[in-house]
Structure formats: structure tokens, C-alpha cells
Write a protein that binds this ligand. Structure first.
Ligand SMILES: *Cc1c(COP(=O)(O)O)cnc(C)c1O
Length: 339
């Protein structure tokens, strides 16, 4: 194992020895291979540079209690990347090849999978982009698919402290737009909103639905989990939010491990003040507890407070992370061992 101060890693890029590259040309994907070369060389007129034709994924490899290296529900990332590619007129990267590429890249950088108990993990970034010259607006006909990995620290050092959101006046995704796929362009347009939120002292933006501005959508990069006073989990349903794999997993855990009821439905922003707990979920942090939401001069405070996560949020976090680290039994097919 590499001699790295695992406990003090943050969420940033560290170059590791090997990455996977595969090219698409003349209507087919190549075999693909690992390379030491971290540089991408493409034409100045590449489709990705001119018209942002690019999609990505994010998942993690964990070192379990019994020292196996596993990825978590990678099959769902593979499937989601196929859907993202189709929406941007890119050739889908076959799901089975996606899984092989992820396995191969993690295996090749195994020394960088942080030790069990450090709180750190190996973040995996598969992505693909249009690589040939495109000047008139149309899909590229050559693409590159790549996977790199980077060790990242625990998202919350010293425990999860609740964050504060603000209701954002910018929109994230239009109905029938690209909000439900993992496209780089969805992040480019969220940058101004997040910089502004930070400048004003908030941690993240809460986006409302773009059509009516009445329903809760998600933050810039995480889905909502609300908890009602009776312990029922409520999570927004919308065609313009990104289908989070963490959210799907949390809902399953809530029902099947904790015996809670789960409602997936449209959530009016007006309902939010009635919830007992709130969290936002995604691969990076699993669940970030939300303590308060600022809505144009009005502060909605959750009863769980600003010092610690709500009781059920905490239980969901604990149960899901124990599954990921092999401390309690995972549902069939959730962990994929890298051998
Ligand atoms: C990736 C992403 C999420 C979280 O999805 P996970 O699969 O749980 O990591 C949520 N919202 C957006 C906009 C995202 O891009």
C-alpha cells in the first residue's frame, strides 16, 4: 500500500499510475488498454471542446473489513452512462465493458485503495467525450472513453455537521431537458450559482422545478431525502433530477433494513418546513445532513438542529456505509469484488 496520510486526504485529484483508455472510430469501440499517460491529446476543434459533448460517472471502491476491494452497485453506473450517452447522441459504452474497465483500473491502482477504517475511499471517474473535429453543430463520430481513479478522504472530517442550503433563483434543469443524465454541461451552468451561494455563506443550492418553481428538485449534485415526523422517508420524484444511485440504495435500506415507509413523489417546497429531518445524498458524501434552508429572507430550521444529523438520517448513513464496508450483509449483487 502507498505511504499516504489517508486520514487527512481531502476530496481532490491525485494522479495515480494507470488509467484506462478506449477509442471509438469507424462505428466501433477499440479493445481499450491501460496507460501511464494522464494527458489527453485531441484536436482544438473536438466536439467536447466546442459543444460540450461529454458525459461522466462517479463511483467508489472500498476496502472492506475483511480486506477485499469492492465497488458499490457499479452495474447501475454502467447503465446510467448508457442512458446519458444516448441522450447526447454518443455511442453508448457497453455496460459489460464499463464494468471490466472499472475493475481493471481499480486493480491496476490497488495500492491506492485506502485501508479499511481510514474513512478514505478510491473515487472512480469514468467519462467519455466527442474527440474529432466538429464545427457545424452535429454529434462527433469519434469518441474517447476513459477511467481514472483518485484516493479521496472522508467527506466529513470529524463527523457530519449539518449544512445550510439556500433556495436558488437560477434553474438547474428544464422539464424534458438534460437534468436526468450525468452530463458535464449540467455542472458548467451550476458554477455561478454555487460560487454565489458560497459567497453568501451557504453550502449548497436547493433548486426548484423550473416550470412552476413550486416543487423541490435537488441540489447541484445531490438528491434530497426528507424524514417525516412519523419516520417515513420522502424523496422527490421528477423527470429533471439525476437518478442518484445513493438515493435508490437509501430507499431500499430504509424499507428493508430499517422497516421504514418510503414515499417517492412530487414534494412541494411548502411542505419542507413540516419535515423532521433533511439530508442530501450522493456518492461523494453518502448523506450530508441539512440543518436549515434559507428561502429569500426566511430561514427554515429542521428540528434535528445544526449540531448533528437527525436520528434517522444518521441511521441511514450508518447502515449504508456498513454495507459498503462489508460490516453487514449487502443485498445480492450490490458489492462487486475486484480480484
Ligand atoms: C451524480 C449526481 C448525483 C448523485 O448520484 P449518485 O449516483 O448517488 O452519486 C445527484 N445529483 C446530480 C446532479 C448528480 O450529477
Amino acid at each position: 500500500m502507498q505511504n499516504i496520510d489517508w486520514e487527512n486526504l481531502d476530496f481532490s485529484y491525485m494522479k495515480t499510475p494507470l488509467r484506462f483508455v478506449n477509442n471509438y472510430k469507424d462505428g466501433k469501440w477499440d479493445k481499450g488498454a491501460l496507460t501511464e499517460d494522464d494527458k489527453v491529446t485531441i484536436t482544438e476543434c473536438a466536439g467536447v471542446l466546442q459543444y460540450s459533448q461529454s458525459v461522466f460517472e462517479g463511483l467508489k471502491a472500498y476496502r472492506t473489513k475483511d480486506n477485499r476491494v469492492v465497488t458499490f452497485r457499479a452495474d447501475l453506473n454502467a447503465e446510467r452512462m448508457v442512458n446519458s450517452a444516448i441522450r447526447l447522441e454518443m455511442p453508448p459504452y457497453p455496460a459489460e465493458k464499463f464494468l471490466e474497465a472499472v475493475d481493471m483500473t481499480v486493480k491496476a491502482n490497488e495500492d491506492y485503495v485506502p485501508p479499511y477504517g481510514s474513512g478514505a475511499t478510491l473515487y472512480i471517474r469514468p467519462y467519455m467525450f466527442g474527440s474529432n473535429a466538429v464545427i457545424g453543430v452535429k454529434p462527433a463520430n469519434e469518441y474517447q472513453f476513459r477511467v481514472f481513479v483518485t484516493p479521496v478522504g472522508p467527506y466529513f472530517k470529524g463527523g457530519a455537521i449539518p449544512i445550510t442550503l439556500r433556495v436558488c433563483d437560477y434553474d438547474r434543469a428544464a422539464p424534458h431537458g438534460t437534468g436526468n443524465i450525468k452530463a458535464g454541461l449540467n455542472y458548467a451552468m451550476s458554477l455561478q450559482a454555487i460560487v454565489e451561494a458560497h459567497r453568501l455563506g451557504f453550502d449548497e443550492n436547493l433548486y426548484l422545478d423550473a416550470a412552476e418553481r413550486k416543487y423541490v428538485e435537488e441540489t447541484g449534485g445531490a438528491n434530497f431525502i426528507f424524514v417525516k415526523k412519523d419516520g417515513t422517508i420522502v424523496t422527490p420524484r421528477s423527470d429533471s433530477i439525476l437518478p442518484s444511485i445513493t438515493r435508490r440504495s437509501i430507499c431500499f435500506v430504509a424499507e428493508h433494513y430499517l422497516g421504514l415507509k418510503v414515499e417517492q413523489r412530487r414534494v412541494l417546497f411548502d411542505e419542507v418546513s413540516e419535515f423532521a429531518e433533511c439530508g442530501v445524498c450522493g456518492t461523494a458524501a453518502v448523506i450530508s445532513p441539512v440543518g436549515a434552508i434559507f428561502d429569500h429572507g426566511k430561514l427554515i430550521k429542521f428540528p434535528s438542529g445544526m449540531d448533528k444529523p437527525g436520528e434517522i438520517t444518521e441511521k441511514l448513513y450508518e447502515t449504508l456505509t456498513k454495507i459498503q464496508y462489508g460490516e453487514i450483509e449487502a443485498p445480492e449483487g450490490w458489492l462487486r469484488e475486484i480480484k
